[in-house]
Design a protein. Sequence first.
Length: 421
Amino acid sequence: MTDAQETAADSSLRTTGGGPPDDVESAPIPLDEPRDGIPPVVADETALAEVIAAFAAGSGPVAVDAERASGYRYGQRAYLVQLRREGAGSTLIDPVACPDLSGLGEAISGTEWVLHAATQDLPCLREIGMIPTSIFDTELAGRLAGFPRVGLGAMVEGVLGFVLEKGHSAVDWSTRPLPEPWLRYAALDVELLVDLRDALEKELDRQGKLEWAREEFDAIASAPPAPPRKDPWRRTSGMHKVRRRRQMAVVRELWTARDKVAQRRDVSPGKVLSDGAIVEAALSLPPNVQALAGLTGFGHRMGRRQLEQWQSAVDRAKALPDSELPQPGQAVSGPPPPRSWADRDPAAAARLSAARAAVSALAEELNMPQENLITPDTVRRVCWEPPAQVDAGSVAEALAAHGARRWQIAQVTPVLVTALG
């Protein structure tokens, strides 16, 4: 670390939560180069074995990051993995050339992994065999500590006094070879992650929230993989315009056909056919290829074969018997949308209004977002079906049944008892 980096990092340990260090008045320092230079990309088993040995012998937490190719490739697989650990330095690994990183995952499984927005990276890391047992999420720590901006760049600048260049965050990381500026950016993403973790730990401890954060981190690390989403086609952008069941069937058929093409070609579904085009076709129900070609999103650049493919999907939906058409609303568990509560159950609507106000006031008092204090869904469920006997014990039990953590139960139970009473 350079002298300037050491000075700024030392100052960062006296943060004020929600802003930059109170004793750092100078302008943020641009961080343009990794302290040890850009590491070579690990792309073979020999180099990977050396990295595994180095990181196993290192000390302290491990900074971990992954880059995906969202918007370019099908799925959310990792195309670059970055790590840094004291005694091992930084490394960049190509998970396309080295698709099994379970050996590395095992080598560092007993230590804390430091990630920023862990829930975004853990699924793609799990796919390549990297599964942590203990994490520290610097984004979530920033939320709990009350920072208004919790992106990595904003946190590094506000807490540590450095400016990270973020111009390559949305590039196509499946590109090979990866350009040097992208590799520099990737290495810098883990350069100060452990320093940020240490500063945030001190700030959370100062605010009395460190144990809360640890509960949250443990919950993320122990969470099972998310189950496949039911009826993912219903999340098509613009779906709210589609009212009739036959039109919904067109969306479903086009979405499914597009997904198969995107998976086969390994490209983002949006590059195959836009959501807007799918909705346009569903609303128009074109009778033939010529009519389809005239719709927005099915322009002159689309070949006859492609148009016939999409028209076939439309025709399949139009030919379905009524019994096979999708239902207007997706079946969901839990209470109905809050907008209908006033008519369906005025008492529940009153409980929800009181609970929301109470939770909002408590979140403001604790200086954190409401959704991190307690999820809105949990509040809705407890208000829709409150315990038969409302008291601290029954409300705490209800919150726990919906997945609330111990610290959340301790904080929220008193205000919900009042709101539900």
